[in-house]
Unconditional design. Sequence first.
Length: 589
Amino acid sequence: MARPFFQDATHWLAAHRKLVLILLAAFSVLIRTGYYLEARDSPLLYGHLWSQADMGFFDHWAKAIAGGDRLGRQVMHPFFEWQIAPAEGHFRAHPEQIAEYERAGVPKGDTNALYRALWSRWTHGREYYQEPLYVHLVALTYGLVGTAVGAVFAWQMMLGICTNLLVYVLARRYFGEVAAAISGLLILLYSPLFLYELSLLRTTLTAFLAAVVVISLEWSLSHDSWRRWWITGVAVGIAMTCQSTFIVFLAGCLGLLWMRFRESKGAMLRLGAATVCGAALAVSPIVARNIAVGVPPFSWTGAGVWTFVRFNTPSADPRIGPVLPDFPDHIRVLGASDAKAIPAVVATLREHTPASLARLVLLKFQTIWRWYEEGDNVSFYYSRIYSPVLRYAPVTNTLISPLLLIGLALALKQWKRYAPLYLLAANGILVMLLTFPTGRYRAAYFAVLIPFAGAVVAQALTWIASRQFKKLLVLASALLVVSIWTSLPLPASRPLIRTAYYLAPFEYCWSPLLEAAIRRTDWREASRVVDQSIRSEPPDLGAGSDPELIRTFSSAHAMLSEYLGKAGDPSAASRELARAREIFGLLPH
């Protein structure tokens, strides 16, 4: 009975592909609408107001472009508070350089200007701080509809919907109808990806472009059409202007082209040239801009060198998360190499023994597949406090990571058939091994690889339908072992949510709203704002918690008590005051 039912389901899905696509699109819209409505009354929409985050810098950079500095002649790099400590460490080690900077124009005794000048040097002056495609799209949006970020979030959500559809198409192309339907459901509910659609970060764009280049390469591999390969080159080149690491994918395209057409050298050279020319055309505006402002033509990620150093010296420990570049080995390497690429790589490797390097790579590899969503400007777990859609969407990397690993292993014998997906997997793994597998990097790659996960579930259903229980038992056992490995708990010292993600929203979100309510003497609104802010109070807040966290939430409860009293609710005010005193009592004496 089961097998005919399974076949009927397959036939039905094949006969109703358009309906499945429409349903996937409709539910993608619905889930994003719910997420947006929840986010409106929370900090989730306002991360671009956080001055110490990449979102705030992207907002500032895009406004500068929209305001007329389209070529980026002005040096545009952020200077966050954490950058002070590495600069202090550098000048303690090299005090003789202070006079050099002062002769170059830094006012004597102005440490802020001195530290900014050092970081400008380490990020290579007028070089783009990061790849420019995303911020130019934000700037274009600002120029067309004004500098509110709502329009950016709108097109990011549309790209998210398109990514869902492309993942479904990829899964159907490679693994069939059932796997496609399962993959569509998984990507629909994959909250680590749609989290970023309401953040001023490029994760959503990266995922969309990753899906596009995989589909484009699959489309080209079956023909010796130079036009197809040129279009693929253009697509990969555009992806490189969003994340330069897609150059690995470009190299892989040329490798696959050689394998496919090596019997015909003429075709191979013609198609290879078309691919390279397409990619060159896509990146040519950046090359032209760089020449115009006087920086190396093929350099467009000024933060790349110190980012590599940050994540690859022996002080890096993936188990405790992405460290700041203020350890002695960071400062030694940056000082010795002057943040130049090849010298920095050599100096970083010299800091290691073979054993320490192997250990770092293995820990990073384990972290790639770990269930935990490593926060980087955005905390997945903090965001879930304010969004039931994020909280209850069941597909996270706790589920996806084991399925992906097993799917990659099961399909390995036919890797040539699935070569574009494997190439993307290799690209993503390499990027995360060279940098760090934070949530915003990982989600973009894992989302497009979900067809492998859908194929595993579809294979299990096939074995169930055909009563191949021995194979099913082997698969279940493998999934269990891999799941145990990917679900290892965090170290005891690692909180689920870092202190900064609790505290920053008080500065960039709640304080402005509260001040506006106080100016209007609207005590009920003031009470509502503070009440919303303390929704994020950690449930395990205790004597061992960060003292700054204790003081912040104690103060918030005290303010809520005051405003409730002014709003005419003395009993509630009394309860909040008691809670404020209770929390304050957690401070060490």
